[in-house]
Design a protein around this ligand. Structure first.
Ligand SMILES: O=P(O)(O)O[C@H]1O[C@H](CO)[C@@H](O)[C@H]1O
Ligand SMILES: O=c1cc[nH]c(=O)[nH]1
Length: 235
């Protein structure tokens, strides 16, 4: 049955879903990596496709930006379409000096300021973490394919434009690798709804440095994160 935000019919999503923020990236992933991709939903321009890779069904659907948005789509995919594993692929602001543009990061934990997670269990600072088997499969694929992969904590924030305070600086001093806007909510909704999760991201810019990346470099390096995500879902 379609949901308020997804128009696909029952059975039109595979149990394994790749989830970028950007709808056009969902289309690109389907057209580049899937055999026989088929558009299954486009409510509000949030595109979802299902196809196969190596004969196994797989879907891709955008999340939009921010924790409330990803929480809506992930919840509806799990409840209405029986989705069991969601791997987010996205861009991130690099927060450590050793990170280069295009580096790939798997988020082993996600700190957050988002009410979607902070208020989930009253009195508790919930630790948003991915599913170990997906993280392990991502690491194993990166090692065998020669893709350098950083694994560590990230910061999922509601504010792309950060207020003037030292929150991010403190998190960086404590080893936080990068900043983005959805992973902690995805990990938390996965825990609540009982599906598996992971985020694999590409460093597209730096939080404190100005450095540009050509569109070709962006495409190439984003492809490495997608490859790692697909390998994790094929495991
Ligand atoms: O590239 P995506 O997946 O959209 O991810 C990052 O980019 C957006 C901000 O520009 C936020 O959604 C952030 O998490
Ligand atoms: O959310 C994001 C994504 C990329 N870069 C940032 O600084 N923040």
């Amino acid at each position: 049955m379609p949901t308020p935000h997804i128009a696909a019919q029952e059975g039109e999503f595979a149990p394994n879903v790749i989830m970028p923020g950007d709808p056009r990236r969902a289309k690109l992933i389907a057209e580049t990596y899937f055999d026989s991709p088929r558009l299954v939903t486009e409510v509000r321009g949030i595109l979802g496709y299902t196809g196969t890779i190596a004969g196994r069904p797989i879907s891709v659907m955008a999340s939009g930006m921010g924790s409330p948005s990803v929480s809506i789509y992930a919840t509806e995919l799990a409840r209405a379409y029986g989705v069991t594993r969601i791997v987010r692929v996205g861009t991130m602001g690099g927060a450590q000096d050793f990170l280069q543009l295009g580096d790939v990061i798997a988020a082993s934990a996600a700190h957050t300021d988002s009410a979607m997670t902070v208020r989930r269990v009253p009195g508790i600072n919930y630790s948003a973490a991915p599913t170990f088997s997906l993280l392990r499969a991502a690491v194993e694929h990166a090692e065998s394919a020669g893709i350098p992969l950083h694994v560590g904590p990230i910061f999922t924030t509601d504010a792309f434009y950060q207020p003037e305070n030292d929150t991010v600086a403190k998190l960086i001093a404590m080893g936080t690798l990068a900043v983005e806007m959805e992973a902690a909510a995805l990990y938390t909704v996965g825990a609540v709804e009982g599906f598996q999760t992971l985020m694999v991201g590409t460093v597209s810019d730096h939080v404190y440095k100005t450095e540009e990346m050509s569109s070709e470099e962006r495409e190439k390096t984003f492809g490495r994160a997608v490859e790692v995500a697909i390998a994790a879902l094929q495991s």
